[in-house]
Design a protein around this ligand. Structure first.
Ligand code: G3H
Ligand code: ZN
Length: 287
């Protein structure tokens, strides 16, 4: 069954490791992430952006698919189904659809409006036993139509949001969605440390997990990050494996054109990426 992300993230924060959020885009993606989490005995968060939710025929479809897959695949590890970068309206729809975790991305509002809307959702999520992620500052780059300016979060604004009782807090610390540019200046660990000093035990979230060097990931975890989001890297490895299959002409031999064969290399590539991240984040065996 689905669980909120609260317990798994509080355990991760206390244990100085991070739980991966892996964005899903279809049935094969979901199956790859779930089976890998079960194999690694790792808690896992399935992220669904508003664009992916629309692509997969709505949040109710996604919730029903995930719940049934957990049952069919005999998944025993904790799984949270999480709206990623949700609008206020999207958050309400996902609560109604049966998601177990919600991100309200209010980072583009003035802080007072972000606080007011987040406060409403804290109350609603608490009533329903759901976890809630909020965001301060913004994540640079573009994620499924969500454009971020990448401004670094103000630690005092982070405290104001954390004090509302959110489950987890995402803060812009120079992280970027998608591939990092050559001239990327790295993460602002000074800001991250200042944020964790003010927000105490609230698990912090690192967005834009694709392409961050391992030593930076480990340092971020040591400074309070307990959830790390990855999407682009799985998309890149899926595409590369699928391209290789086709360039080798395997779709032309026998029943190689069967979608269950055509999608298999990419699905295996996602599994390998998820496994590698769970090992890096330290969540293996923590279910
Ligand atoms: O919200 C999703 C993540 O922040 C994904 O970031 O595509 O750069 O791995 P990424
Ligand atoms: Zn993100």
């Amino acid at each position: 069954m689905l669980v909120s992300a609260k317990d798994m993230l509080n355990k991760a924060k206390a244990g100085k490791y991070a739980v991966g959020q892996f964005n899903i885009n279809n049935l094969e993606w979901t199956k790859a992430v779930l089976l890998t989490a079960e194999e690694m005995k790792s808690p896992v968060i399935l992220g669904v952006s508003e664009g992916a939710g629309k692509y997969m025929c709505g949040y109710k479809t996604v919730a029903a698919m995930v719940k049934n897959m957990i049952e069919e695949l005999n998944i025993t590890v904790p799984v949270a189904l999480h709206l990623d970068h949700g609008s206020y309206e999207g958050a309400m729809k996902c609560i109604e659809a049966g998601f177990s975790s919600i991100m309200f991305d209010g980072s583009h509002y003035p802080i007072d409006e972000n606080i007011a809307k987040t406060q409403e959702l804290v109350k609603l999520c608490n009533e329903k036993g759901l976890s809630l992620e909020a965001e301060v500052g913004s994540i640079g780059g573009e994620e499924d139509g969500v454009i971020g300016t990448g401004e670094v979060a103000d630690p005092k604004e982070c405290k104001a949001i954390a004090d509302l009782g959110v489950t987890m807090l995402a803060a812009g610390i120079g992280n970027i969605h998608g591939k990092y540019p050559e001239n990327w200046q790295g993460l602002s660990f000074e800001t991250l440390d200042a944020i964790q000093q003010l927000t105490g035990d609230v698990p912090l979230v690192l967005h834009g997990g694709t392409g961050i060097p391992e030593e930076m990931i480990k340092k971020a975890i040591s400074l309070g990050v307990a959830k790390i989001n990855v999407n682009t890297e799985c998309q890149l490895t899926f595409a590369a494996a699928t391209r290789k299959y086709i360039e080798e002409g395997k779709d032309l031999t026998g029943k190689g054109f069967d979608p269950r064969k055509l999608l298999a290399p990419g699905t295996d590539a996602i599994k390998a990426t998820v496994k590698e991240k769970m090992e890096l984040f330290g969540s293996v065996g923590k279910a």
